[in-house]
Structure formats: structure tokens, C-alpha cells
Design a protein around this ligand. Sequence first.
Ligand SMILES: Cc1cc2nc3c(=O)[nH]c(=O)nc-3n(C[C@H](O)[C@H](O)[C@H](O)COP(=O)(O)O)c2cc1C
Length: 324
Amino acid sequence: MRTIDPSELSYRERHQLVLSGIAPRPIALVATLDPQGRANLAPYSFFNAFASHPPIVAIGPAHSLRTMVPKHTLENLLQTRECTISVVTYRIAEQANLASAEYDAGVDEFAKAGLSKYPSQRVRPPGVAESPFIMECVLLEHIPLARERGGNGNLVLLEVVLFHVAESVMVNGRIDPNRMDLVGRLGYNWYCRASGTALFEIPRPSGCGIGIDALPEPIRHSPVLTGQDLALLASVERIPEPDPEFPRFPEGLRADSVEIELAAGQPWAALFAFLQMPEREPVQEQLLLHRIAQAFLRQRLVEEAWQTLLLQETARLRGVRDAT
Ligand SMILES: Cc1cc2nc3c(=O)[nH]c(=O)nc-3n(C[C@H](O)[C@H](O)[C@H](O)COP(=O)(O)O)c2cc1C
């Protein structure tokens, strides 16, 4: 590990370190009006939600380090106390980037970025019509950050008073991430897309799992099972008892070799092939069983993974092998 003291870095190095390590960040397209009613739009990735009751979000518009001049977004927010935040999707990422250029005060970045205005109901600044998720916000608090040490950051807390969600991203009353297709900001010029193969689901634990520290030694120190695998095994509330009926193979199961079935992501067939094999060294058998259990875990079949691992006991294994 490289150990880095932020005070020893240049501003640029420190900025990129923060942006690269604390990523991906959602991007807020923040629309404000100046006191003359002229619209301003700019992207902010120092942005997140911090509460839902009531909904409170925050953005971090930094002062220019050289001049300590605040960004138009902050100036407008402090004067008019209202904004909208429209989330940035893949379809409008380039336009959001265009809106980040340093246009003079009073220049309408909606027009510059070719984005349309969605009328707001509770605040005056409009949202971005091309975004599927718009929040109407009022200013709660502005916290200048570490000014006494020359800091240039700002934390702006905003309460969301109204949401607008496009019907096109809803499926059965829920927002579908593939339809949202949000983008995230990382360090340097990197972005990512939160859709397709980038998405995966992890259900929240239903109770208190036994924890990785309570797993039997040979499992905890397995050369095969990863931290992800162990976390799934440790999510059970107690270590299962060996099931005398296990394995009950699906009807008409066909199996090639263990290796081929594992490569094909077929744990049942891999286990079937394994049980057809002649008895081997216990260490080798254990490694194969761990790999088959891992294949079950990749499909979140935790009970099957446990039962596979519980076959490890040689006497049991011999019995199951004879019966298969
Ligand atoms: C994707 C993206 C994210 C950005 N995030 C921030 C941010 O969190 N804080 C910040 O001060 N500037 C950020 N910027 C730069 C501002 O958008 C830029 O300084 C802009 O000119 C500010 O406009 P304004 O003065 O109209 O508010 C970001 C730029 C891009 C392209």
C-alpha cells in the first residue's frame, strides 16, 4: 500500500486522488436562477443523498482556489435559496459536460448544452426535461469547509420538496436501473454507466448471519473460496445440518467432466460428475468440493453450497458416492 499524506500533495494531485478513490459519484445537473431571473445550469459530482425523511441532498461547489470566487451555482443558491437537481444519464452525459464550461454570469447553459426546461411547481428554477429524475430543492444550510486553513470547499444542504420521475423508467411502480441508465463520475476524465452488466443485486441480510469468524476453519481458510463466497456462507443464521437426501439431482441431468461443468457454470452437473469419479486424496476432494460449492454460490444457492461443503466428511462422501 502507498501511504499518502494529503498535505504533501499539490492541489491537482490531491483533487484527483479524492476523485479517483471516492468513485463512482452520481452527477447532479444543478439549475438555479440569479436575482434577475436568468437561468444557470452546471454539473456537480460532489453530490449525494443524506436523508430520506425529509429527503436531504448535498452538493459541493468549490470556490476557485486561485481567486476564491464562488461558482455561479453557489452565488445564486445563497441569493435565491432554490434550485433543481436533474440526474445525469448516459444520453445526456456529453451535454452535462458541455454545461460545465465556465460561461459568464447570466449565460443560460440550458441553451449552450441544448437541454430543455421542465417547469417546476414549488421553486422557480426549471429542471432538465431530458433527465428522467428531477428534484425541486430549497436551501437548508451552507457550510464553508476549512476556510481557516485556506480551504475552498462548500457543503450545501438542500431539502427536496418535489420529485418528478419519468414514466418511461418505471416498471411495476419501481425505478428500473437499466431504464435510468445513470452515469457516474470517477477520477480524471473517467465516467461509468450504471446499466447492463455493471448491475447486480445483493439482497439485504434477513437476520443476523453467523459471520465469517464463525465459519469452520477449513472453509474460512479455503484456498478456493473468496471473501464474497465466505460472506454468502456466513449469511446463514446457523450452520446447516447435513441433509441425508442431498444431493437430489434434477431429472435427466447430463454431465461431462467436473472441469467442463464448472467452466459452463453448472454446479449440479459438476457435483454429479464429481461423485462418478474414483475416490481421491482428501485434500484434492476438498478442493473440488470447494470449487463446486463456489459454483453454487455464484448462483446464490447458499443451502446447496453448504450441503456440498458438508459432503467433505469422507465417510459421508463414500456413502453418497455409492448411492449415486
Ligand atoms: C461531471 C462534472 C462534475 C463536476 N463536479 C463538480 C463539483 O462537484 N464541484 C465543483 O465545484 N465543480 C464541479 N464541476 C465543475 C463545474 O461544473 C464547473 O466549474 C462549472 O463551470 C460551474 O458552473 P457555475 O459557475 O455555473 O456553477 C464538475 C464538472 C463536471 C463535468
